[in-house]
Ligand binder design. Structure first.
Ligand SMILES: C[S@@+](CC[C@H](N)C(=O)[O-])C[C@H]1O[C@@H](n2cnc3c(N)ncnc32)[C@H](O)[C@@H]1O
Length: 718
């Protein structure tokens, strides 16, 4: 909603108001503040009592990585029969990786609770969300998990004004705008990162705009891509293989040295590399170590191999095990020949390869351990490059044809195709490792999740792209079962969004510059970066070069008039200068930038608008920074709601002794308000005891203490 007349809503005048009286930090309880605003506070349900127990349970289950046992337990709790152990669970995270996607159920609940009146009772609220027995029975009978995000909301008894607007200025993977759109509310979604911006278009805007036809056409496009890949790539892979496990080796003083001498390939089987170089399968489970000191040499040798030094090829990239449907076997001559053929064909295309040969950005912390690879293309082995190049070239040509014939609709189809190729690259690079517990490839970003960096180990894995991986990534034929494919997710999205009549707008925009473009927003629902937790820009530079390459013909259509920052999609790197994160190398930036962003959010909100601000961190310093920013932007907190954000199986906010599994939802109004702070704190303390991940959970004392301290401090200051 760009500004029409350049006027902004006026700030409440503070001159006549009592100044803040409490600034001291610490454990002292907040007291009632009486500060009278000029504005009348129209309270919303989110500032009253929301059903924490139900929302917490739903959120915790939705966020778990291995959710089937949780779905079954939840069905039991709700006394709903389910058949078997398989659920149809097309999650938006399967569209494309993004960091810190939040629970859709929570996003929906917060959006709705901000729109409904203060006195709405919990049963009516849950029913509006779609959480009714009838809906749950219907969803589970169709195979869906018993989650709010899979139920259709029912707003027939509400009277949400038609022109209401919810904005998420840092929308990332899109949970908040997706759920506001599903509620049929006008939605503005922004992000500073081009990968996130494209994801927002693909997750919310295009499914709503193009409906089921988009999914039908994507299925056709995917089938054509799969046929092409089968034809072009089958000469390089064994039809019976399900995965290749590769060992890194280097030569030193005339001897070949493996970077790992034992590679676990399943829970009870390892490949042993004997001192004479021969391989054996063994039950031996000695401690596994990577000779990290040799990684730099390996990277240098790999670069030489990629540049054509063929005599080093087999030594540098050695296949040590092949996964088949029967289990594992040692590699044979035929596996060697396939690898050699791929290398030769890679070399023959060397001058026309479409994978970017750009330098790995030096300012990228996530890539800092693998800088000796020097160029982006070196993130892949020869066969991986060959396969990716064939797919990339196909998609780019297809995007060109689709855009010429069908304009933006064609660009949208190309976008989902390219999301899939990005996922292939994630599972098919030298940053992958073999996961012997799950018998699958641990993707490249798995390394980021573990170390906050891309890090090499002694082994990597190669996906069997034409026979297995592509099918799994897209799942074009799957309508009622999914293991994580793109087509089922798109189908789910178009079904939920197709007939929504609200406006949905997405922008590449800096949250520090909102008021130049927007005004009169009713609700800002924002989940900002959590201080130093993720480096979104650096992470996204694994994907952006590939997306840019494949989508080149569609770039004008995809970005036209939506870029509200000083950056062009012609750039190989993503914008970083205004990213609201704390880096080790430049302390204090999060604080200054968040302050500006919050002031901007206040500026674009209507006078009686509402801010919903998500945050979690285990350090009080991070909380102080955030509270300070809220206070300087003159927000008054009207409620604080703790909700699960992480499942214990995930490690994102963990660290030290006390992992934090809950996020605080800070609800605030513009300007100083008359707020009963003691009551708000009491409500928070009740809430936190109810925000359980599972009914029997004893919430760790340290977590309760830290979050209560943060809530208390926030109420003292704002
Ligand atoms: C915690 S994530 C949002 C996740 C999202 N709620 C979801 O469910 O997927 C924070 C987002 O803020 C974005 N961001 C960082 N700095 C920004 C800025 N200056 N303006 C707009 N977005 C920014 C990041 O790119 C990231 O996508």
């Amino acid at each position: 909603m760009p500004l029409e007349d350049g006027k902004y809503p006026s700030e409440p005048s503070l001159s006549s108001l009592t100044e803040h009286l409490i600034c001291s930090e610490g454990e002292k309880e907040a007291v009632n503040m009486v500060e009278v605003s000029k504005h009348t506070l129209k309270k919303a349900l989110i500032e009253g009592l929301v059903p924490i127990r139900e929302l917490s349970r739903d959120a915790a289950i939705e966020m778990s990585f291995k959710p089937t046992p949780a779905y079954i337990a939840r069905c039991k709790e709700l006394e709903i029969a389910h058949s078997g152990r398989t659920f149809y669970d097309p999650k938006i995270r399967s569209l494309h990786p993004w960091l810190a996607r939040r629970s859709r159920s929570v996003a929906r609940a917060l959006n709705l609770a901000a729109l409904l009146p203060f006195d709405t009772n919990s049963d009516d609220f849950l029913s509006c969300l779609g959480f009714t027995r009838q809906n749950l029975l219907e969803a589970v009978s169709k195979g869906y998990p018993p989650l709010i995000s899979y139920l259709s909301p029912n707003l027939s008894s509400t009277n949400i004004p038609e022109n209401t607007v919810i904005m998420d200025p840092m929308a990332g993977g899109g949970s908040v705008p997706l759920e506001s759109s599903i509620l049929g509310v006008n939605t503005i979604a922004c992000d500073y990162n081009p990968v996130a911006y494209l994801l927002l278009r693909g997750t919310v805007e295009f499914p709503a705009k193009y409906g089921l036809e988009l999914w039908r056409r994507l299925v056709e496009e995917v089938k054509a891509l799969l046929n092409y890949a089968l034809k072009e790539l089958s000469p390089y892979y064994d039809t019976q293989a399900e995965g290749y496990i590769m060992l890194r080796q280097v030569k030193s003083n005339g001897r070949t040295i493996p970077l790992q001498t034992l590679i676990p390939i399943s829970k009870d089987l390892s490949v042993k590399i004997e001192s004479n170089g021969s391989l054996s399968l063994t039950k031996n489970r000695e401690k596994v170590v990577t000779k990290r000191a040799l990684l730099r040499t390996w990277m240098e040798k790999h670069v030489e191999v990629m540049n054509g030094k063929s005599e080093l090829y087999e030594q540098t990239h050695r296949c040590v095990a092949v996964q088949t449907h029967k289990g594992f076997r040692l590699p044979n001559d035929s596996d060697r020949e396939l690898l050699l053929k791929a290398y030769m064909d890679y070399l023959s295309r060397l001058n026309s390869i479409s994978i970017p040969t750009i330098d790995i950005p030096r300012d990228n912390e996530v890539f800092s351990d693998i800088l000796p690879l020097s160029r982006y293309i070196m993130l892949f082995s020869p066969r991986q490059v060959l396969a990716l190049d064939i797919l990339l070239s196909y998609v780019r040509n297809r995007v060109q044809e689709l855009v010429e014939k069908e304009g933006e609709f064609g660009a949208a189809l190309g976008l989902y195709l390219s999301f899939g190729i990005d996922r292939i690259a994630d599972f098919n690079s030298v940053i992958t490792t073999w996961n012997h517990n799950t018998l699958t490839i641990r993707d490249s970003i798995g390394s980021y999740y573990k170390f906050r960096k891309f890090r090499l180990e002694g082994n990597y894995a190669e996906a069997i792209i034409p026979y297995r991986t592509l099918e799994w990534i897209y799942e074009p034929e799957n309508n009622d079962r999914t293991a994580g494919g793109i087509c089922p997710v798109l189908k789910e999205l178009v079904e939920k969004l197709e007939d929504r009549e609200c406006r949905i707008e997405t922008y590449l925009c800096d949250a520090m510059n909102l008021s130049q473009y927007f005004k009169n927003i009713d609700i800002v629902n924002v989940d900002p970066p959590y201080y130093d937790q993720h480096i979104y820009s650096d992470f996204s530079e694994f994907f952006w070069p590939l997306l840019k390459t494949m989508l080149e013909p569609a770039i004008p259509l995809l970005f036209d008039k939506r870029v509200l920052i000083d950056w062009t999609p012609n750039s190989w790197t993503v914008p970083k200068s205004n990213e609201i994160i704390e880096r080790k190398t430049s302390k204090g930036k999060f604080e200054t930038r968040l302050k500006i962003a919050l002031k901007e959010m206040s500026e674009v909100l209507k006078d009686d608008g509402l801010l919903i601000f998500w945050f979690s961190h285990k350090s009080m310093d991070a909380w102080r920074t955030v509270v300070q920013a809220l206070s300087e932007a003159r927000f008054s907190i009207t409620s604080i709601i703790p909700l699960p954000s992480e499942h214990p199986t995930r490690s994102i906010t963990r660290g030290g002794n006390a992992g934090i599994n809950r996020v605080l939802i800070i609800v605030a109004r513009k300007g100083l308000r008359e707020i009963n702070k003691a009551e708000t704190l009491r409500r928070f303390k009740d809430y936190i005891l109810q925000s359980k991940l599972y009914p029997g959970e004893v919430i760790p004392k340290e977590e309760i203490e830290l979050l209560t301290k943060a809530a208390n401090y926030a109420l003292l200051k704002c």
